[in-house]
Design a binder for this molecule. Structure first.
Ligand code: UT7
Length: 331
């Protein structure tokens, strides 16, 4: 009898966003912009900004508790907690360790992966490897970011784009059936490291009075370059995972792409030949929540009952690094 490796099944999802809403008109009071410009260039209408007394792990905790409840899994049953984030509570330890303690998980291993906007896909893909190898059975996979803390609220080209959020998925091993992650793939091109980054605060340029005065602790981005490479790369990697899974575009029930800009999403859908009715867009309500964008959108569509058993869903993301990825999942 041949032994096949287990498949990774998404058993439950949860999400959390801050209650404070910041509209385009609110931002237009701070920088020289308008609701018309932001909506037409990005599709964003409003975003959520985390309250001052909260941290990324607080959002992650709320999303995680909802995912565990949805999955009907006790926290004690978790073997691992893997978090995609680039805005952890501290430089170290990892947000995953902070979250583990907040959830009361015991006898687990927890770590962060930093792939910026592709954080959730990276965390999911790594989890899939642990599950397929037989090393773990149940994992909590989280994507959370609080980029509002790293925005220059005087830079109109970036401060309009981002919002805060957290999304989580309980991923479990399944030994039979054809459900689960069919294919997942990650890719990076580090030659673009300084196309989208935070200049100071790391080992290269630690915080000084000067770095603060020069506003080097907030996001710098060459938006046009990101846009161009994002569409091309997400198309390529999406086609590769679909090929590997033996799935054609018409078999897809839904696409849940990273939510950075509505124009990126529509360009990607058009290149892949996928009608927009099958493509999830919530960037209008949350802006770009980085690693949280895919799991938040996925949780919303699951709770709306838009994913039925057997449905095949494509996830794809792109962000700083550049780091990108895609996964095909049969629910
Ligand atoms: O998750 C991955 C990370 N990020 C992304 O995926 C973002 C990718 N990039 C983008 O979404 C777009 O490039 C942006 C939305 C960031 C910018 O849109 P764009 O169409 O590429 O605009 P642009 O940067 O070429 O700017 C066009 C004009 C400029 O004025 P001039 O030089 O033509 O006079 C900007 O100064 O728009 C101006 N501008 C603004 N005007 C009003 C830039 N930001 C604003 C603003 N309000 N907020």
């Amino acid at each position: 009898m041949t032994q096949t490796s287990p498949r990774s099944v998404i058993r439950g999802t949860g999400s959390a966003v801050p209650s404070t809403v910041v509209t385009n008109d609110d931002i237009a009071k701070i920088v020289d912009t308008s609701d018309e410009w932001i909506t037409s260039r990005t599709g964003i209408r409003e975003r959520r900004v985390l309250e001052k007394d909260q941290a990324a792990s607080d959002l992650a905790r709320r999303a995680s508790e909802r995912a565990l409840e949805d999955a009907g899994l006790a926290v004690e049953e978790l073997d691992a907690i893997i978090v995609g984030t680039c805005t952890a509570d501290y430089q170290f330890p990892s947000l995953a360790c902070v979250l583990e303690a907040k959830l009361g998980a015991k006898d687990v291993f927890s770590f962060d992966v930093n792939a910026a906007c592709s954080g959730f896909l990276n965390a999911l893909s790594v989890t899939d490897m642990f599950i397929r190898s037989g090393r773990i059975r149940n994992a909590l996979v989280v994507g959370t970011d609080v980029l509002s803390r790293f925005l220059d609220w005087q830079d109109r080209s970036t401060c309009i784009l981002f919002g805060d959020g957290a999304g989580a998925a309980v991923v479990s091993a399944s030994d039979n059936g054809d459900r689960g992650i069919l294919s997942a793939r990650l890719q990076t091109d580090g030659s673009y490291a300084e196309t989208l980054y935070i200049r100071a605060g790391g080992s290269k340029k630690p915080a000084t009075l000067e770095t603060v005065e020069k506003r080097e602790h907030s996001i710098y981005m060459n938006g046009k370059e990101v846009f161009k490479v994002a569409v091309r790369s997400m198309e390529e990697i999406s086609r590769r995972v679909l090929d590997e899974a033996g799935i054609c575009v018409d078999d897809l029930s839904l696409v849940v792409p990273h939510q950075a800009n509505r124009r990126i999403i529509t360009a990607l859908a058009s290149r892949l030949g996928i009608p927009m009715e099958k493509v999830i867009v919530n960037v209008d309500r949350y802006g770009n929540t980085s690693a949280a964008s895919i799991p938040v959108a996925l949780d919303e569509v699951r709770r709306q009952g838009r994913i039925a058993d057997g449905d095949i869903v494509l996830l794809n993301a792109f962000g700083a690094g550049f780091a990108w990825g895609a996964a095909v999942i049969r629910f």
